[in-house]
Design a protein around this ligand. Structure first.
Ligand code: CO
Length: 213
């Protein structure tokens, strides 16, 4: 772990490294952003979005919270999705979960966690939705991993339930929505290959927000 003062020394070094490659680096960076990706991931300190994707500043619009949840009443995530879709016009939205997620683990063991209770309720709801599959698993570790994957799937569904995404789909066919899992045990990024267009077909009877005219 760095000492507090070291962080600022590291920053100076990082600036020097960037400028050595391109003296105009920060001038260009200050002129604006046009990322093609919105990444919604866990706040876990081990899951650093840019590092694991090999991305540079300016390339990914990022939102992180505990257990990568897309809660419909969360003003923060709603603003992030709306801005990314309507203004940045991102081509892709990624929900990225990760194995060994503390939030998911907590949701598997019911207990009073104070302020976290309402946040984790969304995860417990994912468990309830998929309880037959999860409870049939005899291996606790596999059940934990599976809930991580199912949570990503359900949060992708929450993304496509939003009017912001649906409006843009009807206009342009974008953004594509993807579910990924980062395996913190190996460093590997796994695409769950969820077909969200097909998923929308299954749920549109209930969630289609296309204005009627
Ligand atoms: Co996590």
């Amino acid at each position: 772990m760095y000492l507090y003062e070291e962080i600022f020394a590291n920053n100076e070094q990082w600036i020097a490294e960037k400028l050595a490659i391109d003296p105009q680096y920060f001038t260009k960076l200050s002129q604006g952003q046009s990322p093609e990706f919105l990444y919604i991931g866990c706040a876990d300190s081990r899951v650093t979005a840019e590092d694991l994707m090999g991305a540079e500043p300016g390339e990914i619009f990022i939102h992180r919270n505990i257990a990568n949840l897309v809660v419909p009443t969360d003003a923060n995530i709603n603003a992030v999705i709306q801005y990314a879709v309507e203004h940045l016009k991102v081509k892709h939205i990624v929900v990225c979960g990760h194995y060994e997620c503390g939030g998911v683990k907590a949701a598997l063991a019911p207990s009073d966690l104070g302020q976290l209770n309402s946040w984790l309720q969304t995860l417990r709801d994912v468990y309830r939705l998929h309880q037959p599959e999860l409870d049939a698993m005899t291996d606790d570790k596999k059940r934990f991993d599976r809930l991580v994957e199912l949570n990503v799937q359900e949060q992708c569904i929450n993304v496509i339930k939003t009017d912001h995404v649906q409006k843009m789909w009807y206009k342009t066919g974008f953004p594509k929505v993807h579910g990924w899992v980062f395996d913190v045990r190996t460093g590997k990024l796994i695409d769950l290959n969820l077909n969200m267009e097909e998923k929308f077909g299954e749920i549109r009877k209930i969630y289609d927000l296309k204005p009627m005219n």
